[in-house]
Design a protein around this ligand. Structure first.
Ligand SMILES: O=P(O)(O)OC[C@H]1O[C@](O)(CO)[C@@H](O)[C@@H]1O
Length: 434
């Protein structure tokens, strides 16, 4: 990935960061890089994720999925980091896959789950269950529902289930009890940083994607990590986003200009929110899509509060399609172009429109959307986030604030005594009913 932070400089944007301030910040980046390299060298929790391009074994993943490699559909049961990385890869590379239908059950909306299960050819569907902790209620509940659906259809789920989880926990117990093919979430790798491990790559393997290319793209990005943001695209992005937040850009709108990258924006939102949202700090990620959200969000981005960074992701090469000639003179400018040219023109125009309104924006460029570039983007944004976490001085790799609601949920369902559940029933109410 290449990063252009020109439109975030103070000479263009407000809030913006001056060249001098960027060079000053680079001293902190050098210290942060030292910390990151040390964490990687020692395999420390979290930092270990940045070693995955070397650590992940594609042969082991392919061997585990071999029993179901010929399935027509794959249902992945997982949530958060146990779904978004895999979904980002298979959605980005969908046009390059072997046509396997993929469904990600990362919600417990009964109507939605039922509709998916009823639409799947269960006799030709494989099940990919992913949970680092092995205790996540949504994932276990959905797995029990999926399992029952297969049994009701007379399909042996044990023959077509792969599990990726930790060394222990309820899911590991199920693996042992039913002797299911399984892979282990690598130690020291938080879920949202696990896309380049079995967590993100099992689904990609089942869909026939080139795991080596994904890891090579990531490894190439790893090679760019250095003590200066002026030599490392990932650090340039992380440092600039951090610096703009310090200057008031508390929201980061992630706007890929490719439908195939829409899920990537969801993945980024978890990475950025769950890693940096601590101690009353953090930059709020917003998911948008180019060109579609030019017609819904751009007004705000260009003329609303000066509290946003807009991050564009642009693949330079992409398949194209002619716009047919038209008999309407006023539309001849379209008839002479292609959809890709229209997309590019809109990207350039939108980026320039923000600069013209002195609104900070950053461009992330990919050569195209392929396995190599997806590996590079995932790794680059992970490294950018780890760097930003160092600059914020937060614990980038934990997410303690999510536990309260999990305890309350468990208490409400009779899964134990939790004071959090009591607080739910003591809600302050001021209802306005129609
Ligand atoms: O992989 P697990 O343990 O099921 O967790 C799923 C997700 O839930 C979280 O723990 C948040 O609740 C995320 O950090 C994680 O990616």
């Amino acid at each position: 990935m290449n990063v252009d932070i020109g439109n975030a400089l103070g000479s263009v944007a407000s809030p913006g960061i001056s060249r001098a301030a960027l060079e000053h910040l680079d001293e902190q980046v050098a210290d942060a890089h030292e910390r990151i390299e040390r964490g990687m060298a020692n395999g420390e929790h979290g930092y270990e994720a940045l070693n995955l391009p070397e650590r992940t074994d594609p042969d082991k993943i392919r061997a585990a999925v071999e029993p179901v490699a010929d399935c027509d559909a794959l249902v992945t049961v997982g949530i958060g980091g146990s779904a978004l990385g895999a979904a980002t890869i298979v959605d980005a590379l969908e046009e390059r896959g072997d046509g396997t239908e993929t469904v990600f059950l990362d919600n417990v909306d009964p109507e939605w789950v039922t509709a998916h299960l009823e639409a799947l050819p269960l006799e030709a569907t494989a099940i990919n269950v992913v949970s680092r902790s092995g205790t996540t209620a949504e994932t276990l509940a959905n797995f029990l529902v999926v399992r029952e659906a297969f049994e009701s259809a007379g399909v042996d789920w044990t023959e077509r289930t792969i599990v990726t989880t930790g060394e222990s926990g309820p899911l590991r117990d199920l693996v042992d009890r039913h002797d299911l093919p399984s892979l282990t979430v690598p130690d020291g790798v938080p879920g949202r940083y696990a896309a380049l491990s079995a967590v993100g790559l099992v689904a990609a393997a089942v869909c026939g994607h080139d795991l080596e290319a994904i890891l090579e793209g990531a490894a190439a990005e790893r090679e760019t990590l250095s003590g200066s943001l002026f030599d490392c695209p990932a650090y340039a992005y992380g440092a600039t986003a951090y610096a703009l937040d310090q200057r008031g850009a508390g929201t980061n709108a992630m706007v890929p200009y490719a439908e195939s990258l829409e899920t990537y924006a969801e993945w980024f939102a978890q990475l950025w929110a769950e890693s940096l949202g601590k101690d009353d700090l953090g930059q709020t990620p917003v998911r948008a899509l180019g060109v579609t959200d030019q017609h819904s969000q751009l007004q705000l981005y260009r003329a609303g509060p000066r509290d946003k960074l807009v991050t564009f992701v642009r693949p330079l090469e992409a398949p194209d399609r002619e716009i047919p000639a038209t008999e309407v003179d006023d539309l001849s400018y379209l008839g002479d172009a292609t959809l890709g040219e229209l997309l590019d023109a809109e990207f350039e125009a939108t980026e320039a429109s923000l600069a013209a309104a002195s609104r900070p924006n950053v461009r992330i460029e990919l050569e195209c959307v392929d396995a190599d570039e997806i590996g590079s983007l995932l790794y680059g944004m992970e490294a950018a986030c780890v760097l930003a976490g160092e600059l914020y001085g937060v614990d980038t790799f934990e997410q303690p604030a999510v536990e309260w609601a999990k305890k309350a949920t468990r208490g409400l369902l009779g899964g134990g005594e939790f004071e959090e559940a009591n607080a739910v029933t003591e809600k302050t109410t001021l209802r306005v009913d129609h």
